[in-house]
Design a protein around this ligand. Structure first.
Ligand code: WTA
Length: 662
């Protein structure tokens, strides 16, 4: 509870509250009736939500919890995710509606209607079949944010293959780990992507991943690599294994009957950092997951598919992209913006230019982006016409009240409701959020659980805390889009999420109920860090650091950072017997940072690496990260009485003052 205690101290009492405008409420998809309905009969509420999907065979049972904590929702029904996201719209006369306004980083654009998507997913499904991929096989997708990423995911779903999207910022080694764990048969990638005006190669990373480091050898499961030509850069080619997308997919017939799967058929695996070193392959079902994604998307974003232009700025490589670019919005027939690039390429007004150009009405982004824009100054967004916006969303980390107020005023012109949405890769869909048009919002609070979702804040003994108190965030009942497990490891699923509090799902977050019972999220209470909304664990970065020949020991903490929320700060002890270690701490730090980038990916690179002579440990040998956080955040050191050697902290401070740090 280290983090919780610390944040609780700093949490001031918020008195501002913003009631929904009457004009918004008058047309909102959600009314307070949602809460009433769900309160009267929760399962019936979810049944109705599920019935909005297109089912091939209807389900008769809503929830089977007999094998708890593995839930089965709507299990005797059959459906297909791609049919729901694409075919259905064409079938029901919406084929001409734009699904995506694609904006490439270099300025190339494409408009794809639902009919265009229909043609593409059928060709891609036939392409996958021609490469020997069938129902139940796993497919790794390692692509930039381009339409083919969406098409690839949906084509997998169409044939009942299970996609495992790996964010393009992960290293070859991280990709390999994920390919091996899921035993992927196919990898879909591109020659490269565009990043800040340069071509970033992807295919060579796949080649490295598949070749494997010395001693490991080639990835056993992979038969083919399907490569999209995006940048046109030169690409090494393994004959027989590598296939161009334009050769394998484009000439295929645009006719393919979706494979109807049972509701519990796995739709995808998505890897996320766990508290131990290796990433967990969380997997989601088809029927329950789609119900959660589509239902929450319709209520929380108030989507009016005929008139709205919706833009979620997440990458499809994260759960936000899965649930709120691909599945939720497409099932609801949304028109979306899909943007490949970064916010400041070629200039710091890029996002606002896109909002103006496409008349975006709903924007969903992360607090770290908002804080970055605050830093760049409000004069930049003010140069653009943002009057089309009518709703703003936030996700990924707690949004501080200053950022919330800035978002509301500068981007939302004081007229747009803000939905601060709390959820996780595990939960599949939004769990805590205001309902626009219904909830009066407080800056910085995600407010209340969604209708049909049961969450609480409990103390160490699992008892609900009173209003005004803090504790651990838990879910007390199963929900349709909950993860079904960790791929291939039921034991780890149970022990990670269900063993902390009897019969409750433990989210890993601290939270506080304010005097009104509204929820304030306080960040992780475990060793998971949240850097720019990306999940990383202290242990995986520590493992990477100690694998470097210079490093004897490493301790990593997430330190508060104004822009990224948290930043990775590493304390390392250099081996006295290692050869060739530079005497300059900066040089050591630079080399280690590069080492972590190569091993895990750029997103895990420590912001700061401090070379120290000791790290603080308890008598039982556990690193006291709380004390290191004090150092990293420049605070006086807290209670040191449990340290094996209480003088260690003084030694670290003195060492750092003497300038051995980076
Ligand atoms: C954090 C991202 C506060 C939280 C969808 C959670 C948040 C982790 C919020 C999951 C929010 C996400 N307020 N904290 N609105 N949204 N988090 O799996 O710590 O990448 O446990 O899912 O992000 O991260 P994940």
């Amino acid at each position: 509870m280290d983090n919780v205690a610390h944040t609780l101290e700093n949490l001031h009492t918020e008195t501002r509250s913003f009631r929904p405008h009457a004009s918004f409420a008058a047309h909102a998809n959600a009314t307070s009736y949602e809460y009433k309905k769900a309160g009267v009969d929760r399962l019936q509420y979810w049944r109705e939500a599920a019935l909005r999907l297109a089912w091939r065979e209807p389900f008769t049972e809503i929830l089977d919890w007999s094998d708890a904590p593995v839930a089965r929702w709507f299990h005797d029904g059959t459906l297909n995710a791609c049919d729901n996201a694409v075919d259905r719209h064409v079938r029901e006369g919406r084929g001409d509606r734009v699904a995506f306004h694609f904006v490439g980083e270099p300025g190339d654009t494409a408009t794809l209607t639902y009919a265009d998507m229909h043609e593409r997913v059928q060709k891609a499904a036939n392409g996958l079949l021609s490469l020997g991929v069938t129902t139940g096989d796993r497919v790794a997708i390692y692509l930039p944010q381009i339409p083919e990423a969406v098409v690839a995911m949906l084509a997998c779903a169409r044939i009942g293959a299970i996609h495992s999207v790996v964010f393009g910022g992960f290293s070859a080694e991280s990709l390999r780990q994920r390919i091996d764990d899921a035993e992927a048969k196919l990898v879909i990638t591109a020659d490269g992507g565009n990043r800040r005006g340069a071509h970033l190669a992807l295919k060579p990373l796949v080649d490295d991943a598949l070749a494997g480091p010395e001693g490991q050898g080639p990835a056993a499961s992979v038969e083919h690599v399907l490569v999209v030509r995006r940048t046109g850069q030169h690409t090494a080619w393994t004959e027989g294994r590598d296939v161009w997308w334009h050769d394998a997919v484009d000439p295929q017939p645009a006719a393919h009957e979706p494979v109807w799967v049972e509701a519990e058929h796995p739709l995808f695996i998505l890897y996320t950092s766990g508290t131990t070193g290796t990433p967990k392959g969380l997997w989601h079902s088809t029927g329950g997951y789609l119900t959660g994604a589509a239902h929450t998307h319709r209520l929380v974003f108030d989507l009016k598919p005929e008139t709205d232009v919706y833009w979620c700025t997440a990458d499809v490589g994260w759960i936000t992209g899965h649930s709120y670019i691909v599945y939720g919005p497409m099932i609801n027939g949304a028109t979306q913006v899909l943007y490949e690039g970064t916010p400041n390429t070629p200039h710091e007004g890029r996002w606002w230019e896109i909002v103006e150009q496409y008349k975006v009405t709903i924007l969903y982004t992360a607090p770290t982006a908002i804080r970055t824009f605050m830093k760049w100054g409000e004069a930049i967004p003010q140069q653009y016409d943002l009057s089309s916006l009518r709703l703003l969303g936030s996700v990924g980390e707690p949004i501080n009240p200053e950022a919330w107020m800035w978002y509301r005023r500068v981007i939302g012109g004081d007229r747009c409701p803000i939905v601060d949405t709390w959820w996780q890769t595990e939960t599949g869909a939004i769990m805590i959020s205001p309902l626009p048009g219904v909830t009066a919002t407080k800056p910085g609070s995600a407010m209340t659980p969604m209708p049909g979702v049961c969450m609480d804040v409990v103390d160490d003994a699992g008892r609900p805390v009173a209003n005004g108190e803090g504790g651990y965030l838990v879910a007390t009942e199963p929900w349709p889009s909950m993860l079904r497990g960790i791929w291939g490891d039921r034991h780890r699923y149970v022990s990670t999420y269900w063993n902390h509090f009897d019969g409750m799902y433990f989210a890993g977050d601290g939270a506080k109920k304010d005097v009104d019972g509204d929820l304030w999220l306080l960040g992780r209470v475990d060793d998971v860090m949240n850097v720019s909304g990306h999940r990383l664990t202290t242990t995986e970065i520590e493992h990477s650091l100690v694998s470097h020949p210079w490093v004897a020991e490493a301790a990593v903490v997430g330190a508060a950072d104004e822009v990224t929320g948290q930043a990775v700060v590493a304390f390392v002890i250099v081996r006295s017997d290692a050869h060739g270690v530079p005497t300059d701490g900066d040089e050591v730090a630079a080399a280690l940072r590069e080492h972590v980038r190569r091993q895990i990916g750029a997103l895990a690179k420590p912001r700061t690496i401090l070379v120290v002579s000791e790290v603080p440990k308890t008598r039982s040998g556990k690193i006291m990260r709380r004390l290191l956080r004090d150092v990293a955040e420049n605070r006086p050191t807290g209670d040191v009485t449990t340290l094996a050697d209480p003088t260690v902290m003084d030694a670290i401070r003195v060492g750092l003052d003497a300038g051995t740090g980076d």
